[in-house]
Design a protein. Sequence first.
Lengths: 350, 328
Amino acid sequence: MKGRQQYTKKLIIWIPVLLAILLFTMIFSVSIGSADINMMTVWLVICSKIPLIGEGIEQTWKDTTETIIWNIRMPRIVLGILVGAALALAGAIYQGVLRNPLADPFILGVSSGSALGAALVLLFGFESILFGQLTLPVVAFSSGLLTLFIVYTLARINRRLQMETLILAGVVVQAFIASMLSLILALSDEKMQTIMYWMMGSLALTDWSYNRVVLPFVLLSILFVAFLTRELNILALGEEAAYYSGVSVQKVRVVLLIVASLLTGVAVSVSGTIGFVGLIVPHMIRLIFGADYRLILPLSVIGGAIFLVGADTIARTILEPRELPIGIITAFLGAPFFGYLLRKKKSDYF
Amino acid sequence: MKQALKVLGLVLFMTMVSIGLIGCASDDESKQDENPAQEQSQEQGSGQDSSEVAFPVTITDDSGEEVVIEEEPERIVSVIPSATEIIFGLGLGDKVVGVTDNDNYPEEVKEIESVGGLELNIEKIISLEPDLVVADVNNGDSISKLREQGIKVLVLGAQTLEQTYEDILTAGKATGTTDKAEEVVASMKEDVESVKKVVQDIPEDERKTVWIEIGEELFTAGSGTFLNELVQTAGGVNVMSDQEGWPQVSEEEVIQSNPDVIFLTYASYVENAVQKVKNRDSWKDVTAIQEGQVYPLNSDITERPGPRITQGLTKIAEYLYPEKFNQE
């Protein structure tokens, strides 16, 4: 009973704090960019989009300015929030279910599968009539899930799922897919750059349509996982403990893994494989707030969003007007910070 | 005693190192001294009797290496499409025995044996027994590998129009076709002049601004690239000319620069490339989109430093100022 009080108290304090940081990051991010637009205009444009208040604001800016703020910067920031939240949540779930600190959203091969699907679409350049410009995300998502299914089938022996076997199967399938990706790259000539770019991951060149597809997935997954935090806590203690506390180990595991993989698949399908977020954010949260999954999950969601929006802001402004691949920033900032936290926390961890 | 020995050893070592360094330095100097003299003598040679080049010729190529060609090459392998076009342009097509998978001009190259794509097949090249391989600086290690096998490699590496002329003349000298090379260069210069004549009167503020798109991820061509030079020569203003090389830039920057004309270099291998750019939602206020000024550029004639590069220039100029070119 006492434990419950403690974590709700922590959540009541920290969720608003992190949300405030996220809001601040967003405000900062939308205000800067390579195009020369002053703060005041940025905010007038955004306010003009809010129903009721917006009607009173007269347009004193150029159409281009509005396009830049509302159709380029905003969708990118929102996508950063969704992808960051999805990857961090997926990473936290994988780490808990697999009981492995090295687990990240890409460990079961979902991202490799998505990358392969995407590379094939890019190589042959087909766009189906059904999905139009969403062809790439749809194919990437489906091939990611297909990969998960293969990994899962490989790892299931005698109707039982061993976590170690699952990780091993993931590694093997990933290696196989990596070889096919290399083959595609070797044969792709002029399209190599496009494929490489996709594999490195980026939030650039997005628009609202991507957000509309991703948002429901991410929201539903977060809600769903919110009901399973207690089970994840018990799972993380070990199989035996979980068994004795009456948790249906196999079922909960499989359900959680599928949700995490869905999240990964959705994130990867719209932004490519952005590394490090899913690995480092849950660890950061754990180091700062403790090993309780009832805390780690919700705080990772917000933490992931802050981290990715922040990293993307740096990626697109530090060498403006150049764009840097976001993966460089996530690892360059994330790794030292993580090292610092690790050194500070001298006690046993994970 | 031990200490003294150590010190002595150290001193000896240092002396040897410094002697070695000085030796190297003086070597460099002597080489530098040699080069200009060499070039001078070459120029004199070509000036005296350009119709019949007396082999052997010595050429300092773009890799900085001195290439001595003993006699007129009869079997030529070209490992870069631009070089292939130069060799064919010099009328030596029937001597070419090997090209790459990337070659597509002129038509005949498709029947010539391939020596690989981006990665060259060294074995294949050697088996063709060429007496001259024409390569590009970008071929990198393959060049030294071939040279180790005793094969003559002439390395070209033009980055500007001016250097392209030089490369063509160099290739002419190496193959005993100096006359033809000069003819080719003269006709190229003529192309450039006729473009310049048309666009030179356009006042600074009426020059069209241009966004060059190399890849859908908004990679572009900045200063120091052929495309930048061609656009400038054609009287356009590259909106990203303050960037160097081939940067990837942010979407908002492109939109804010509001180009009058958009060139796409990848339209040959991406379906509906022009239409896709025109359909970009957030680009709808850009002048080029509103006026429908989005054009595919054939990168074969705008990026290959060969004889056709001035055709690319003319094409770009026509796209930029159609009214001025149609009048004539």
